[in-house]
Design a protein around this ligand. Structure first.
Ligand code: ADP
Ligand code: MG
Length: 600
């Protein structure tokens, strides 16, 4: 397949694609589009971020929708509102010459009445996020019973965000006779299960290697002590004066902290996270796209669907809870034929995660050396001097000032002028790095030993250092609650978080671990809000049940550590006992990343 024209799409669409500069289909498009144009069979398509999946599913749909029908014929489910808006916008671009096609985005965080009006006015294609779509279906404003196509975009992300129940609910309302398309960057077991459950003999296509990191991306990890992470980030930014980067953090709090510190330290940085209004996000995104912003600090969720082509670096300030997310993160660089670098900052204790990622992406990491102060100064100086040499002199305009300047500098030698000039630009960075320490934590030893002795070192480290600061911090930070809602009430982490986030007076509370059992659940929230949460939730109605929440006694420190280490340690006494009557599902869900469900 050489060109779009050969695919036999409508002339109006071909024109639009031409305007967008799409010349030939990407590999995933070349496989998916003919399949979808010629068969009604289900399709699973695996391809990395940035491979053109949106056009792969939307062009065939656009080609086949009935323009004279205004019922919803195609529904695209997307995990976040950014992505939802981006897909809707892309489809609107593809259909700009087809006035009869209407695409409606339906997403949370915006006025529902406006969206209801749009839905009532009718449209053939709806793009939506899980929560708002469920809401619309319950309110009977969105009818999916006449669907011909369902698209699950970024299905892996949808599951890792805890939208499984919403997915089930939505798909239940769709007709049996339809074509289901599932798009994903990775194929974890859960996705295979979804495919099995909701799809009929799906045809599977993959562009490029499954689960592999993008070809143009170099992966580098640096080890340092936890408390030196921010300094290391600064050094990386300092040795890359032209950095254009997304820095990924795990929580909103971390995102804000890192962005605030960078701004205070004079970097061109900003944050993107769930606490921002849509308008605020748009401003940040616009600055990033137009390259007026160099460093964007973001959570995974907020950064989903961000489509910026020439990022030089993706920096994992904290690794994601689930390895799949790393593929998404690093896929944001090395796009459109550019080279990209994906950097991971880890403590020695976390290096085993690097091995896991290597296995997943089928590519080895390089171990980076955090630049020393001297090195950074040298690089910055040279870049300054290079810049100086490149500057074009505007003879005309500078002419009239020159005599006074020469006069003034008359007593200084050329060498003195250079020294002073460099100092003006450079004293800040020189004094900052004067006597700066080496931040590399090389106590982990060589790479090979790393691999073999990981476990042993893990234990030793914990003993020597008395545990990682984080564990203790978490223990100090959160209050734990018992709530009388469990699986039987259809509660899930997303709904539980929604409930807490809906408490008006405490919109910014940080949520820690959530554990759902059959008849009850536990959740950790920022201690500060303990009283308000108790007050706000107690007595509320949840699908007919009256909520009772009670603070749980502090858990002993040692247990807290075991628990934080996740399911792989669940064979240890403390955790297992606490799990008590927990079902297999709760255990599985916890292992599969309940920690991820904390509010971002
Ligand atoms: P994915 O969903 O796989 O992450 P997108 O569909 O968002 O990827 O596409 C990534 C980028 O590539 C977008 O900017 C899109 O406009 C562009 N793109 C998609 N298909 C083509 C094509 N055939 N030719 C040129 N650019 C394309
Ligand atoms: Mg996409």
């Amino acid at each position: 397949m050489e060109t779009f024209a050969e695919l036999g799409l409508k002339e109006e669409v071909n024109e639009a694609l031409k305007d967008l500069g799409f010349e030939k289909p990407t590999p995933i498009q070349a496989q998916a589009i003919p399949h979808l144009l010629t068969t009604g069979g289900d399709l699973v398509a695996l391809a990395q971020t940035g491979t053109g999946k949106t056009a792969a599913f939307s062009l065939p749909i656009i080609e086949q929708v009935d323009l004279n029908e205004k019922t919803v014929q195609a529904f695209i489910l997307s995990p976040t509102r950014e992505l939802c808006l981006q897909i809707a916008k892309d489809i609107q671009k593809f259909t700009k010459n087809l006035r009869k096609i209407k695409t409606i985005p339906v997403y949370g965080g915006a006025r529902i009445d406006t969206q209801i009006k749009e839905l009532l006015a009718g449209g053939q294609i709806v793009v939506g996020t899980p929560g708002r779509v469920c809401d619309m279906i319950r309110r009977k404003k969105l009818d999916l019973s006449h669907l011909k196509w369902v698209v699950l975009d970024e299905a892996d992300e949808m599951l890792s965000m805890g939208f499984k129940d919403e997915l089930d609910f939505i798909l239940e309302t769709t007709p049996d006779e339809k074509q289901t398309l599932l798009f994903s960057a990775t194929m974890p077991k859960e996705i295979a299960r979804i495919a099995k459950r909701y799809m009929t003999n799906p045809h599977e296509i993959a562009a490029g290697e499954k689960n592999s990191g993008a070809k143009n991306v170099t992966h580098i990890y640096y080890t340092m002590q936890h408390r030196n992470k921010y300094q290391a980030l600064k050094r990386i930014a300092d040795v890359n004066p032209n950095i254009y980067s997304i820095v990924f953090c795990r929580t909103r709090r971390e995102t804000k902290e890192v962005a605030d510190m960078l701004v205070q330290d004079g970097y061109n940085a900003d944050a993107l996270h769930g606490d921002l209004s849509q308008a605020q996000r748009d401003v940040v995104m616009h600055r990033l796209r137009s390259k007026r912003l160099q460093i964007l600090v973001a959570t995974d969720v907020a950064a989903r669907g961000i489509d910026v082509d020439s990022l030089t670096h993706v920096i994992n300030f904290s690794l994601p809870d689930q390895i799949e997310a790393y593929t998404h993160r690093s896929g944001r660089t090395g796009r459109a034929g550019n080279k990209g670098i994906s950097i991971v900052l880890v403590t020695n204790r976390e290096t085993h995660k690097i091995r896991q990622i290597e296995r997943k992406i089928g590519k080895e990491f390089e171990k980076g050396v955090i630049p020393k102060g001297r090195e950074i100064c040298e690089i910055r100086l040279m870049s300054l001097i290079e810049g100086l040499k490149q500057v074009e002199v505007d003879e005309e305009n500078i002419k009239e000032f020159l005599p006074a300047i020469y006069e003034n500098l008359n007593d200084l030698s050329k060498e003195d002028v250079i020294k002073k000039f460099v100092s003006v630009e450079f004293n800040r960075i020189l004094s900052y790095y004067k006597g700066a320490r080496d931040l590399n934590d090389s106590s982990g030893g060589s790479r090979e030993r790393d691999r073999n002795k990981n476990d042993r070192r893990d234990k030793r480290d914990r003993r020597d250092r008395g545990g990682d600061r984080n564990y203790d911090d978490d223990h100090l930070k959160y209050a734990r609650f018992h709530i009388n809602l469990g699986q039987k009430n259809n509660i899930n982490p997303a709904r539980l978080m929604g409930m807490i986030n809906d408490i008006p007076e405490i919109s910014k509370v940080e949520i820690g671990q959530i554990e759902i059992f059959k008849k009850f659940s536990f959740f950790d929230v920022d201690k500060e809000y303990k009283a308000q949460i108790e007050k706000a939730l107690n007595g509320q109605d949840f699908d007919g049940a009256t909520i009772v929440v009670e603070p749980v006694k502090e858990r002993p420190k040692s247990k807290s550590r075991d628990r934080k280490r996740g399911g792989d340690r669940s064979d240890r006494g403390g955790y297992k006992k606490r799990r008590g009557g927990g079902s297999d599902r709760a255990h599985r869900a916890k292992r599969d990343g309940f920690k991820k469900k904390r509010r971002r």
